[in-house]
Design a protein around this ligand. Structure first.
Ligand code: IMP
Ligand code: MG
Length: 183
């Protein structure tokens, strides 16, 4: 097992190893396969952070489904600004569809609140959020759509498996948490 990693100026220690992540994703997919049986959901992944999660999740989904990707940029360094700068690629075919938003992590929840507001404008028939990670202590808004959570984690900065620290660390196979962090 790998030990600590350094990303930019910070040291990180292992939080979730790749086997634990893969097992959890298989269970999440089983749940989705059951919950959306006989439906044709539209999965919308939020780039960049969710690219590995989305890929691994979709390999375990056996529903007739479609996949789209939106890109949101809002996050700087290790503390959430909560302001969404940009949103690109919202699909046009949302009306009347069962939408599953796939995210890497829900921190303050502000990014997801913004995305949800945009999606509701397009009149979907249902919306659920599926996030690999969730920091309950950091949540600042109500998020009743958050139905599928891989792991609840402490309010600490994490990298790996798609998640970055100022651009680096997305290619790490495991998820690591910052050992010391000035917020
Ligand atoms: P929120 O708006 O505070 O919920 O933050 C959402 C976005 O910030 C996520 O989609 C991530 O891209 C990023 N983010 C939040 N927490 C972390 C973290 O611990 N590591 C890396 N990125 C994070
Ligand atoms: Mg993200």
């Amino acid at each position: 097992m790998e030990t600590n990693v350094q990303v930019h100026d910070k040291e990180f220690e292992l939080l979730l190893d790749e086997d634990a992540i893969a097992k959890r994703i298989r269970l999440m997919a089983i749940q989705l396969n059951v919950d959306y049986e006989n439906r044709n959901p539209l999965f919308i992944a939020v780039l960049n952070g969710s690219f590995l999660f989305m890929a691994d999740l979709m390999k375990e989904i056996n529903l007739p489904c479609e996949t789209e990707f939106i890109k949101v940029s809002s996050y700087h360094g290790t503390s959430s600004s909560g302001s969404v700068k940009d949103m690109m690629g919202m699909p046009a075919n949302i009306k009347g569809r069962d939408i599953i938003i796939v995210e890497d992590i829900i921190d303050s929840g502000l990014t997801m609140q913004y995305i949800l507001a945009e999606i509701y404008k397009l009149e979907p028939s249902s919306v659920a959020v599926c996030s690999l990670l969730f920091k309950p202590e950091a949540l600042k808004v109500e998020l009743p759509e958050l139905t599928y959570v891989g792991f609840e984690i402490p309010n600490e900065f994490v990298v790996g498996y798609g998640l970055d620290y100022d651009g680096l660390g997305r290619n790490l196979n495991h998820i690591y948490r910052a050992i010391s962090i000035e917020k």
